[in-house]
Design a binder for this molecule. Sequence first.
Ligand code: HEM
Ligand SMILES: *[C@@H]1O[C@H](CO)[C@@H](O)[C@H](O)[C@H]1NC(C)=O
Ligand SMILES: *[C@@H]1O[C@H](CO)[C@@H](O)[C@H](O)[C@H]1NC(C)=O
Length: 732
Amino acid sequence: MKWFLCLIAAGLYLCLQTCVHAEPRLSRSVIEKAVIEAKATVDSAYEYSRRVSIDRVRRNVVSPADILRTLKQPVGPTRSAVRAADYMDNAIKLIKRSLEKRQKRSINATDLISEEDLQVIADLTGCSSRHRVPSCKTTPNLDYFRTAASVCNNRKNTRWGSANTPFTRWLPAEYQDKISLPKGWDPNRKIGKHLLPLVREVSNQILRTANSDVESDPLYTHLVTIFGQWTDHDLTFTPHSPVIRSFSNGIDCERSCERTEPCFPIEIPEQDPRLDRDLEGCIPFFRSAAACGSGNTGHFFGASNVRQQMNSLTAFIDVGQVYGAEDIKARFLRNLTSDMGLLRVNTEYTDNGRELLPFTDMYSNMCATRARITNDFNVEEVPCFVAGDERSNENIALTSLHTLFMREHNRLAGALAELNPHWDGERLYQEARKIMGGYFQVITFRDYLLHIVGPDVIANQLSTYPGYDENVDPSISNVFATAAYRFAHLMVQPFIFRLNEHYREHQEFPSPLLHEAFFAPWRIIFEGGLDPIIRGLVGRRAKLNTQDHMMPDEIRERLFEFSSALALDLASLNMQRGRDHGLPGYNKWRKFCGLSQPRNRKQLSKVLKNDKLARSLLKLYGKPYNIDVWLGGVAEPFVRGGRVGPLFACLIATQFQKIRQGDRLWWENKGVFTEAQRESLRETSLARIICDNTGITEVPEQPFQYQHRGTGYTKCRDIPAFDLSPWRENSP
Ligand code: HEM
Ligand SMILES: *[C@@H]1O[C@H](CO)[C@@H](O)[C@H](O)[C@H]1NC(C)=O
Ligand SMILES: *[C@@H]1O[C@H](CO)[C@@H](O)[C@H](O)[C@H]1NC(C)=O
């Protein structure tokens, strides 16, 4: 008997040892049950969001927040990735909660969910396939052509730079709870003795600019601005989760000021005139989706468990905004009824005989803005256009660039077919796509970046091509997408200019205010097509970002406003997004770039060359360390010849350096193009591409550089054509 009791005691003791201190495996059924329950929760939240969206679209009550949400919707493979992440996140929360109940105390799940169990959960939720390494053996022509999602660009790390991988971080994330919650989630929590200001308060005090106060850039055209947006849409897209109400308490993100995942509403400060219009007192904001397995307690796949955000696009300059960043989308955009390597075009409308983008086949009337804007309810509405990137309808200038470059692809495919009648549609498509990739790598490095980061940074970081380095990870960094490359939000004019053949304001179709040019494909179809808009881009100046005229009301007060609904504020969104992503503050990034770290007003005044601004910033933030990095970056005075300050010049140059050096298929890398082909590509001219694909007959030869028209711009016939002869191949 004694012996028996002893055994029980020993067993209990052992059990306590293992149960409390080690990490016992959870039973398979516990895990399975949690995963099934999590899937049900997530699926029903997805279904609810889908129903609400469709219903709002039907009833025509789409709000500006709906539009942003639709813009940031994950689709295709991105959607499955986001859904898997939501499954996993919820399953772990369920397991944790049930364990806590059993233990009757708060625990951190790391103590109780082992690596092996996390792996099982990942397998069951579909998160593991995200981490599985694709094989590059079966893909043909990997030495010459890119895959749609750019897997296998790097042969050792096959996912580097590919679509639907997490943004990389150059500095560790800073979350309120060190893992997942944004700074400012708890508004009463101090960071180094200071409360973070409300982003809307910062926006009101620092960024507010009346449309009429906008200054124009003496040197650069509005094309510089929109080309920036265009390149961004080749490189970064951060999806939301589709969910619109909290998983834990069912609160609708748009109807509440409560911070509850995924809602992180932007609180409107007192004395803001918006408060009178908005009963809730908040601008809705949804957190970016977490990458699979991140932001949970527990270490995962050997990586740190801190919450990461995903990039749906490839990191390479590969013109994904024309072709799509995944296979299904890429195929969808092609014209496969003829074997000519063409992209699909609109079969209902043309622009004076020239091609327009095809319409989307997804049911949505997001682009049916014509009646509301013209106040004429008898007008014909059209659907949104579809292109390689989901944001092609965002504004009509951007849409025009999408259209222009789709036309150039088709022009190239046709010309290549004449040179090489033996090439099939697949070859024509891939070769034209590859030339387009070359174009944009040349134009971005030779022309565009020079005007942004200035000649000194170019000389230091981006001049001579150093050759491919397979050890360079080209992935886009979180700070680039979330802060640095949003610099040009302060270069956006409050108008989309439309000009006639003489580069004067168009009589019939005058320049619309920006907020009347959002999601307005009808303006391209029914209001004179591409030519007036392209002329407006190359013949009018960019907005100049100055320290006292930062962001005009068009995008600070009227973002995605079509009706009386409360519009969004792009400045607030940018800063809230930075906090959502856990970006460190201004000084940490200055340090990362080897720049001074101002500690007080005097030093900050010196960095900003502006005492008044330094004073206002410190009144809001307490100390420079806390300044939201996007704001700190855009507040700096420009580097010589550039349009960003030293911090963003460094961050932007560093990113493009990696994009170039880590790209096996970079146009200058050995064996990608022939020497003769490279010679042609070196002569690429944006002016020529405009001439070849529009009805425009004269353009500034350097379309990024503002030039008064005077007696006329360069005639198209005087701009040399792109020399395709090096692509002639003797038929086998
Ligand atoms: C023309 C007017 C523009 C509008 C209306 C606009 C609007 C927006 C909006 C609503 C977002 C999402 C904000 C959020 O919730 O985080 C965004 C993101 C962004 N914008 Fe713009 N933008 C414009 C121009 C530009 C330009 C000129 C650039 C750059 C050079 C740019 C670069 C970016 C970048 C890098 C992002 C982050 C994209 C992502 O990773 O998802 N935008 N913009
Ligand atoms: C778990 O919690 C304890 C006490 O709260 C903490 O010291 C420990 O670092 C936590 N473990 C991990 C891996 O976060
Ligand atoms: C596909 O190409 C053929 C041949 O050029 C053309 O007639 C047809 O309209 C195109 N279809 C689409 C949807 O672009």
